[in-house]
Design a protein around this ligand. Structure first.
Ligand code: ATP
Ligand code: MG
Length: 424
């Protein structure tokens, strides 16, 4: 006999016992996007590799180490999407969704990165993201942050901390990058190999280090904030005023950089310390240069992506998401009872769309069927025995309360159940 095949490392199944947390997150997100006028877009999982190398930058971890890339049968290099923004921009350009208008889009789905799997970090993971195109001013930044904050409120996630920084424009950043590089280079001997390698490839990434020694050294490093020109400063100051006006608390973190190269001006992260080391649940920023990198005319964009696994874990820890209750289990015993049960259940579900009803399958004694009814969590057992079928009636038993059982004629059942569902 063959041994069973297991899933790929870092690619996890999401089991029925957890699915209600996912539904809670996804339906709440869908509602808030609608409330903010964002339209959903669905893009392919697979894109030409260039979509990501151009957008994300080949010096980033994502592109240089984490992409699932392969040549297809036509020898074209394709990659599983490691993130959503690059593909959304590709799609928006290709379908003429960008210019001359403000466009609000959101997406969700699986992303793939070849990382070291650990708690809060997997190789297939899921993101929900928002992108707002066509506004260069900080009102868009504030609106995007308001959306995020509104979502946490609706989900009851009150312990998230918003960190904020400005990366300035490309010129300011490149000037700063040189200075930071000189600083790091001067301290080369105090830094480990990995940090030195980062400093060579992408010095800003060093600011992101979690190593206490590096963090201590960075205390004396030049700050990007001190290299911003007037326009960049104004953008940032105005955003902070908008956030104050909205009552959204934020913490300025001058060392906050994002792993992807395309960001400019505003960058932000929402973090929690309730998840251990992988505490960032949502991250994003402004990417005004990305659209040009993807071959479009210059156009503004700002967005974020949240990690669904990490948010689901927070919802699980809070443990106040109740799975939807099973209303009824239809027990049927005796000759012809299966036909009657299948038809009755079919009609009831058609007549009462909100009804959750399991019909007994695989026959069995009353005792066996009641056991299954109990295990299903159903509130009611609807019982069809020989007497009931003969009399055109159904017995309703209350499985979770002491209420007296009752008998209903078949033609009364629908109305009774509808009222019962409304009453719970
Ligand atoms: P990190 O520094 O933790 O690797 P990142 O900068 O690579 O994060 P982004 O590309 O900004 O992350 O992705 C946005 C969010 O998606 C993250 O804040 C996180 O919640 C989630 N995320 C990213 N990579 C993973 C992963 N491998 N597994 C689970 N969630 C992830
Ligand atoms: Mg990463």
């Amino acid at each position: 006999m063959n041994s069973p095949i297991r899933s790929i490392r870092g690619m996890n199944d999401i089991l029925p016992e957890d699915i209600h947390y996912w539904h809670r997150l996804e339906t709440t997100a869908e509602q808030i996007f609608a409330a903010y006028g964002f339209e959903q877009i669905r893009i392919p999982l697979l894109e030409k590799t260039d979509v990501f190398t151009r957008a994300i930058g080949s010096a980033t971890d994502v592109v240089s180490k984490e992409m699932y890339s392969f040549d297809d049968r036509n020898r074209e290099s394709l990659s599983l999407r490691p993130e959503g923004t690059a593909g959304v921009v590709r799609a928006a350009l290709q379908n003429g969704l960008l210019y001359g208008q403000v466009k609000r889009l959101w997406y969700s789905g699986a992303m793939f990165r070849y990382e070291r799997p650990q708690k809060g970090r997997s190789r297939q993971f899921h993101q929900i993201g928002a992108e707002l195109f066509g506004v260069s001013g900080p009102d868009a930044d504030a609106e995007i942050l308001a959306l995020g904050s509104g979502l946490w409120n609706r989900l009851g996630l009150t312990n998230l901390r918003l960190e904020l920084n400005s990366l300035g424009n490309a010129d300011e950043r490149s000037l700063y990058r040189d200075q930071l590089y000189s600083f790091l280079n001067a301290h080369k001997n105090e830094l480990d190999d990995q940090t030195n390698e980062r400093a060579e490839r992408n010095p800003l990434r060093v600011l992101d280090s979690k190593d206490p020694k590096v963090i201590a050294l960075l205390e004396d490093a030049p700050l990007l904030m001190d290299h911003l020109g007037e326009a960049s400063c104004n953008h940032y100051e105005q955003l902070k005023r908008y956030l104050d006006g909205l009552g959204i608390e934020f913490h300025e973190n001058p060392r906050l950089v994002r792993g992807l190269d395309y960001y400019c001006h505003t960058v932000f992260e929402w973090t929690t310390d309730e998840l251990g080391a992988q505490g960032t649940v949502c991250a994003g920023g402004r990417y005004d240069k990305l659209i040009e990198l993807q071959g479009g005319k210059p156009w503004s964009g700002i967005g974020f992506a949240m990690g669904e696994e990490r948010l689901v874990e927070l919802l699980r820890q809070k443990d106040d998401v109740v799975p939807p209750v099973m209303h009824a289990y239809l027990v049927a015993v005796g000759e012809n009872s299966t036909e009657t049960a299948l038809k009755l259940a079919y009609d009831l579900r058609a007549g009462i769309p909100a009804l959750r009803l399991i019909v007994n399958l695989n026959k069995g004694s009353f005792k066996a069927q009641f056991k299954r009814a109990d295990r299903s969590g159903a509130l009611l057992a609807l019982v069809l025995g020989e007497d009931e079928i003969r009399d055109g009636q159904l017995t309703v038993k209350f499985l979770r309360s002491g209420d007296e059982q009752l008998k209903l004629d078949f033609n009364q059942v629908g109305d009774w159940i509808r009222k019962y569902i409304d009453s719970i």
